[in-house]
Design a protein around this ligand. Sequence first.
Ligand code: G1P
Length: 297
Amino acid sequence: MRKLRKAVIPVAGLGTRFLPATKSMPKEMLTVVDKPILHYAVEEAYEAGIEHFVLVTGRNKSAIEDYFDMQPELLAMLEKSGKSAQLELLRDLQPRAGSISYTRQQSPEGLGHAVWCARDIVGDEPFALLLPDMVSFGDRGCLAQIVETYNSTGGNVIAVENCAPHETDQYGIVGRGAEIGTGFQITEMVEKPAPGVAPSNMYINGRYILQPEIFDILGSQTRGAGNEIQLTDAMARLMAKQAFYGRQFNGRMFDCGSKLGFIQANIAFALQRPELRNSVMEGIRSLVEPDGMLTGT
Ligand code: G1P
C-alpha cells in the first residue's frame, strides 16, 4: 500500500454566503473562537500524520500565505514584551519550512477542477483531501479515523455522516454495501441527488483519501451538478477500476460554509475550552433565559 504523506486543501472558493465579511478576506480565515477555520483543517491533518500540504488558492487569498509564514517583527515584539504564551502559540503554528505548497485555481470551475489543479504537486501518490469549510469536532479528527480504515483497506476512503432525507440535494451521497472492518464498501456515489432518488441519506462530509488515478479522470471530467466539474462524478468513474470505502465519522462535522454551522462551531469549540466554558454558558443563558435580553424577540 502506498503511504499517505500529502494533503490537498482547496481554498479558492469565493465565500459569497459570508458577504460582506468575505469581500476583502478569504472565507477560510473566518475564525472559530480564535483560530481561522483553515487552521483546524491543518491541525486535523497533522494529527493524521500528514507531512506536506498543497493549498489550492485563488485571487485575493494572499492572507492565507501570510498566515503560515514567519512574522519576525511580531515574534520580536512578543519576545520583548515577555508574552511567552503567545510566542509559543505562534511557534507551534509555524509549519516546517518547505512543507506547504501553493498552486492557483485560475477560475472557479468546481471542486473537481480545484483538486485537479494539485496534480503536479501531488504526483503519483495517494493524498488526503480536506474541505476546510467542514470543521471536525470530536475526540479524534475525522481524517485520522479514515486513515485508520485506509491502513487496512487501501484503495479510496471517504468519510460520511447522515443527513436529513430532505437535505440530500446539498451533498454528495453514497450507496452502502458490505461491511469491511471499520468501514463499508461504497456501491454508488451521486452529487446532490434530489430527495427521493438518493441512494441513502449518507453524505460525503468533506474528508477523503484518494489514489492519484483520480487526476487523469478529472482531466476529462465533463460538467455536472451546478454546471461545475464535480469531484463526486470523477470518483464515480474511478469506482469502475478501484475500490471505494466509506467510514461513518464518529464525531461531528460543522459546515462552516453555512451561517448556522459556523455559529454552532463557535459555540461548541468555546464550550470545549476550559477557560471559556463557564463564562460562555453564562453568556448564552443571560440572552435566552425567561427574562433575558432576547426573550420574546
Ligand atoms: C462539496 C462536494 C460534496 C460534499 C460537500 C461537503 O459540495 O461536492 O460531495 O458532500 O462538499 O461539504 P459543496 O459544498 O462544494 O457544494
